[in-house]
Design a protein around this ligand. Structure first.
Ligand code: AP5
Length: 211
């Protein structure tokens, strides 16, 4: 059986990273995440692309989208090395969706649907383990090991002001992408407001039925 080729879509904080970790383990496919790739290259000099800012980090810290040319190149390179994948954080606008159509076919676009109030609560309480990359939440999912708890970090763009800007950018740019995949018959809506294990059960069944 061919390996699944999946998108995971959702607002900032919808649980894309949390659920992608489970999907990649269960289906043995690559996790391609533009957010992580850009965070590893926050200081990269992109000035020769005639962009407004000189580095990806300047866009990210304000909650704005990094220019399409930078992100398209990251995804193109990653997809060329993957059979099955879950693509997390891309496409974020209709131009990127069009670009993706020239790179690969898809089995499904999974959309995690979560209300705005819950998104803000999740993002401002999110903490990351810099050693393992594991995602925690101060209230919903704190680590059991005090050593892990002591080293947790907050993402630079998880402040309330930046979170609100990221949500605005999502509504303006990415909601049309969700409508696009709905029109194409590829969209699978999942209730992302459930507990993580329940979201995972719904996602797993959805992926099995779509592939
Ligand atoms: P990116 O890193 O992609 O961030 P995002 O889309 O804003 O999404 P997040 O990673 O913040 O949230 P998530 O959905 O993964 O949630 P998580 O699982 O962590 O992008 C960052 C920036 O990079 C962008 O702003 C932009 O500047 C740039 N960028 C990236 N891609 C780009 C592109 N294609 N084009 C241009 N620019 C791009 O969960 C969140 C929290 O909730 C955690 O604490 C978790 O423990 C908790 N949680 C998860 N699920 C549940 C649940 N079911 N119940 C309770 N708590 C839960």
């Amino acid at each position: 059986m061919a390996q699944p080729r999946l998108l995971i879509l959702g607002a900032p904080g919808a649980g894309k990273g949390t659920q992608s970790a489970k999907i990649t383990e269960e289906f043995d496919i690559d996790h391609i995440t533009t957010g992580d790739a850009l965070r590893s290259n926050k200081g990269m000099d992109i000035s020769e692309m005639e962009t407004e800012y000189d580095t990806p980090g300047e866009y990210m810290d304000q909650g704005e989208l990094v220019p399409d040319d930078v992100v398209n190149a990251i995804v193109d390179e990653a997809l060329s090395q993957a059979d099955g994948f879950v693509l997390d954080g891309y496409p974020r606008n209709l131009e990127q969706a069009e670009e993706l159509e020239g790179m690969t076919d898809l089995d499904a676009a999974l959309y995690l649907d979560v209300s705005d109030d819950e998104l803000v609560h999740r993002l401002t309480g999110r903490r990351l383990d810099p050693e393992t990359g594991d995602i925690y939440h101060v209230e919903y999912n704190p680590p059991e090991d005090p050593e892990v708890e002591a080293r947790l970090e907050q993402r630079d763009d998880d402040t309330e002001a930046t979170v609100n800007e990221r949500l605005r950018v999502f509504k303006e740019n990415t909601e049309p992408v969700i409508d696009h995949y709905d029109d194409e018959g590829l969209l699978e809506r999942v209730d992302g407001e459930q507990a993580p294990e329940e979201v995972w059960e719904e996602l797993r069944t959805t992926i099995e039925n779509a592939t």
